[in-house]
Design a protein around this ligand. Structure first.
Ligand code: NAP
Length: 238
């Protein structure tokens, strides 16, 4: 079994969907986990579930757009669990699905802040902590949107943020490899979470049809890839 024994992880976007599934899976495989999102109650429920299954986790609610919160998460990993080995920077938001001339500057800024600038902020605090540990694994959730050759309608800000994330990840991977810090982007296909809401059956069928498996993923399936990237099983993957 893939082991995360002795490892400490931060998982963002853990109140729901992919992050929630990943936090549970990481804990199940032995990691001690700091979970975060804005909704405290959902995080408390998650921590309760992890503890009931014999795992260890703490919840720190907050906003990944804020430097102070990202700093606090790293401090919590170090003070409560002794260090930081893994960060699954997964929180994200789509923003309004509208044409460019209807997209408000404030909505553009919000999507870029949530999906891209948050990654920069998180890495600024996580990398020094991983250095203190002698290495680590940074994982960022990008998306097939912004990467596939065909664009998706109404998703300009989201696509730009997720494509930008891939650029950031490539740069960090080349900067940090010599320090045994691996950096990867996970690009899920459509995944059955609150984010993937469809207006009607036709729209759902269209998105399912874009995927080779002719369905969208369960969050637990995407979490398995995050587990691989977090663990030493992916020791040459960056
Ligand atoms: P989800 O169920 O809506 O989860 C999004 C998570 O991000 C929630 O836990 C949310 O928690 C958190 N979050 C959003 N804004 C935040 C903020 N400002 N500060 C802190 N936490 C914040 O959607 P999901 O599908 O699991 O999304 C996870 C990641 O996968 C995202 O990066 C998304 O872009 C990416 N992705 C999803 C799909 C898909 O089809 N679902 C496909 C490709 C990529 P709170 O609301 O409690 O803050």
């Amino acid at each position: 079994m893939t082991s995360l024994n002795e490892k400490v992880a931060i998982v963002t976007g853990a109140s729901a969907g992919i992050g929630r599934a990943a936090a549970r899976l990481f804990a199940q495989h032995g990691a001690r986990v700091v979970v975060t999102a804005r909704r405290q109650a959902e995080l408390d429920t998650l921590v309760g579930e992890i503890e009931a299954n014999g795992g260890e986790a703490i919840a720190l609610a907050g906003d990944v757009r804020e430097d102070a919160h990202n700093q606090k998460l790293v401090a919590a990993a170090e003070s409560r669990f002794g260090g930081l080995d893994i960060a699954f920077n997964n929180a994200g938001a789509v923003g309004p699905l509208v044409q460019i001339d209807a997209l408000e500057r404030s909505d553009w800024n919000d999507v870029i802040e949530t999906n891209l600038s948050s990654a920069f902020s998180a890495a600024r605090y996580q990398v020094p902590a991983m250095r203190r540990r002698g290495g680590g694994s940074l994982i960022f959730t990008s998306s097939f949107v912004g990467h596939e050759t065909a664009g998706m309608p109404g998703m300009a800000a989201y696509a730009a943020s997720k494509a930008g994330l891939v650029g950031l990840v490539k740069s960090l991977a080349s900067d940090l490899g010599h320090e045994a810090i691996r950096v990867n982007a996970l690009l899920p296909g459509g995944t059955d979470t609150r984010m993937a809401t469809f207006e009607n059956d036709e729209q759902r069928a269209f998105v399912e049809g874009m995927h080779a498996l002719k369905r969208i993923a369960r969050p637990e399936e995407i979490a398995q890839t995050a587990l691989f990237l977090a663990s030493d099983a992916s020791s040459f993957t960056t």
